[in-house]
Ligand binder design. Structure first.
Ligand code: RIB
Length: 294
C-alpha cells in the first residue's frame, strides 16, 4: 500500500536544561542541538524506517534547512519528488527539554504554503495513494480539502496535533483519528472522559495516553494497551512515531489490535534517544520484541 504523508517540516532547535526559566529569568542550558523534525516529516520518517512505502507532500524553504529536511527524508527512502521549495523560510521549532518533558513553539514559515494551490497541483498524484496521513501543522483548509477530495478507496488517518477542532465532515470521513489525551477533547469538542468518548464513538478513534498506554474502541468494546517499559530520554516525536508506525501496520493489513501494539512499541522506542527522529526504530527492533501477551 502506498502511503502519502501530507504535513509539516521543521528544523528543531532543542535546548536542554535542568528546569525551565522563570518569567524574565536568564538560565544557562546544558545542551543545544538541531535536528530535523516537524510532525509531518516525523511521521513520514517513522513510517519509512519501519518499512512503509512513503511519499511526502509539503513545503520547505529555498534555504539550507530545506536541504537538511529533504536529506533526512531521502536517507530513509522517502520519495520527496513532490515537496515544493518556496520563498518562505523552512519551518522552525524551538523545543525546551526540562524535567522529563518538552515545550514546543513553532514558526510555520514554508509550511503555510502547503495550501489549496499546492493541493490543486497535486490533485491527480494524490489520488493514486492508498492511504493519506495528516497532522495539523499545515493550514486547516488543506486538511479539510484533502478529506473532501479523497477517493472512497483511500484510507485517511489524522493525528490532530497540535490540538484543534475538526469539522464535522472531517470527523465523518476520517478512518482513523489518533489524538492524545488532551487533543481528543479539543478535536472532538467534548468534555466527556476518554472511556465515555470511546464507547460513544465508532471504530477508528485511538487515544494515546503517554505513561498509560493507548485506548481504543473496536465494535463497541474499549481496549487498553499497556505502555511499553523503556528508559525515557526524550518524548519529542513519540506521538509522531506512533502515527507513522500505525500507518505502516495498516498498510500491511495488520488487525487493529496488532497495529496498535506495533505502534505502541515503536512510539516507546522513539523516546529512548534525544531528537524527534533519532530514536525512531527500524523494523527489526519492533518485530524482534513483539509477543502476544499485551
Ligand atoms: O511532534 C514533535 C514535533 O513537533 C517536533 O519535531 C517539532 O518540529 C514540532 O513540530
Amino acid at each position: 500500500m502506498k502511503i502519502a504523508v501530507i504535513g509539516s517540516c521543521n528544523i528543531d532547535f532543542v535546548v536542554e536544561s535542568d528546569r525551565l526559566p522563570e518569567r524574565g529569568e536568564t538560565l544557562t542550558a546544558s545542551t543545544f542541538f538541531t535536528s530535523p523534525g516537524g510532525k509531518g516529516a516525523n511521521q513520514a520518517v517513522a513510517s519509512a524506517k519501519l518499512g512503509g512505502d512513503v511519499t511526502f507532500f509539503g513545503s520547505v524553504g529555498n534555504d539550507p534547512f530545506g536541504d537538511d529536511m529533504l536529506d533526512a527524508m531521502n536517507r530513509v527512502g522517502i520519495d520527496t519528488t513532490y515537496v515544493q521549495r518556496v520563498e518562505e523560510p523552512t519551518g522552525i521549532a524551538l523545543i525546551q527539554l526540562a524535567e522529563g518533558d518538552n515545550r514546543i513553539t513553532v514558526v510555520p514559515g514554508a509550511n503555510e504554503r502547503t495550501d489549496r494551490a499546492y493541493l490543486d497541483a497535486m490533485r491527480e498524484t494524490l489520488a493514486t495513494y492508498d492511504m493519506i496521513v495528516m497532522q495539523l501543522e499545515i493550514p486547516m483548509q488543506t486538511v479539510e480539502t484533502v478529506v473532501e477530495r479523497a477517493e472512497a478507496h483511500q484510507t485517511i488517518l489524522i493525528d490532530p496535533a497540535p490540538a484543534a477542532r475538526l469539522a464535522r465532515h472531517v470527523l465523518d470521513r476520517v478512518d482513523y483519528l489518533l489524538p492524545n489525551e488532551t487533543e481528543y477533547a479539543i478535536a472532538l469538542q467534548t468534555d466527556r472522559s476518554i472511556e465515555e468518548t470511546l464507547v460513544r464513538t465508532r471504530d477508528g478513534l485511538l487515544i494515546t495516553r503517554g505513561g498509560e498506554g493507548v485506548s481504543y474502541n473496536e465494535a463497541g468494546v474499549v481496549h487498553h494497551v499497556a505502555p511499553e517499559p523503556v528508559d525515557v530520554i526524550d518524548t519529542t516525536g513519540a506521538g509522531d512515531t506512533f502515527a507513522g508506525a500505525f500507518a505502516v501496520a495498516l498498510s500491511e493489513q495488520m488487525t487493529l489490535h496488532e497495529a496498535v501494539r506495533f505502534a505502541n512499541r515503536a512510539g516507546a522506542q522513539a523516546t529512548t534517544k534525544k531528537g524527534a527522529q533519532e530514536g525512531m526504530p527500524r523494523r527489526e527492533q519492533i518485530d524482534g520484541t513483539m509477543d502476544d501477551t499485551n
